[in-house]
Design a protein around this ligand. Structure first.
Ligand code: ADP
Ligand code: TMP
Ligand code: ASP
Length: 236
């Protein structure tokens, strides 16, 4: 399957139509952005490692009964996915406090959240992805009650699968963001699962192995993504 025309140029990925109406090519670029596009940089090999990483994780999730858009890897930087009608909300689960929750609620980074928390954000760079609740989603018609329930259920199911997967590889899954869309009437996991959209810490040293290395200028961003990939058994 080949790319036909570019439909969306996101901050880190590009989306192309294909000759098949319900399939897209997702191109993982080296572009890296933080703070809603305020900080950007090209990091060599990032697109490649994220494409491989995402394919591996999506297959694990699918095997665990979570419907995903992932079809197959096309080449180093591209994958074929189902074309979804994207729901403009981001679903975030946090197992440990880090990032925006620390600023918002004045809690220490590293605080264990038991039970884990769930938050919805409205996907809008201009508005800096504001936190929203079920009532906003209902009032603005972004998703139905059934779809919201499904997004929450699937996001927590992802937590069960991936907390264990990363734990067995010596890492803590601190938090992550998921995006869902509709496909043939069902809620399906879309977008990506990579160190660009989650936080992963080494279990012993608590070293950050995710996009916080870029946000905080810690260096070795792609080297750490590659280490995470290798630890879960990928050859990169
Ligand atoms: P952003 O737009 O947030 O900067 P990306 O650079 O990752 O993000 O761009 C990817 C775009 O593709 C996003 O708008 C995302 O919602 C969209 N997308 C991801 N998966 C699918 C899919 N299966 N079908 C349609 N759109 C998708
Ligand atoms: P936050 O701490 O900035 O709210 O982010 C929580 C997690 O979700 C973190 O792993 C980063 C991820 N995330 C994104 O990747 N993109 C986003 O737009 C948001 C709001 C969060
Ligand atoms: N939406 C943000 C961005 O990529 C998330 C982040 O800061 O990582 O700009």
């Amino acid at each position: 399957m080949e790319k036909v025309s570019e439909l969306v140029t996101g901050k880190a990925k590009s989306v192309f139509s294909t000759e098949q109406n319900d399939r897209l090519v997702l191109l993982f670029r080296d572009d890296t952005s933080a703070f809603d596009g305020a900080k950007t940089e090209q990091l060599a090999r990032k697109g490649k490692v994220n494409n491989a990483f995402n394919g591996y994780i999506m297959q694990k999730l699918e095997a665990a009964g979570i419907p995903t858009h992932f079809e197959h890897i096309l080449n180093d930087n591209e994958s074929i996915v189902k074309k979804l009608d994207m729901i403009p909300v981001e679903c975030v689960v946090r197992n440990i406090a880090a990032g925006s929750i620390c600023k918002r609620l004045g809690v220490q980074e590293g605080l264990e959240l038991n039970p884990s928390t769930f938050e919805f954000f409205y996907k809008s760079d201009e508005l800096h992805d504001p936190m929203i609740n079920e009532y906003h989603i209902r009032s603005f018609g972004w998703a139905s009650d059934d779809e919201m329930a499904k997004m929450k259920e699937l996001t927590f199911k992802v937590n069960d699968v991936l907390k264990l997967l990363f734990s067995e590889a010596g890492m803590l899954l601190v938090d992550y963001k998921l995006e869902f869309g509709r496909y043939e009437g069902n809620v399906v996991l879309g977008d990506e699962f990579t160190p660009d959209g989650c936080r992963l810490w080494d279990k012993e040293s608590l070293k950050k192995l995710d996009k916080d290395r870029f946000r905080q200028g810690l260096g070795d961003v792609v080297e750490c993504y590659e280490e995470v990939a290798r630890r879960i058994g990928l050859e990169v």
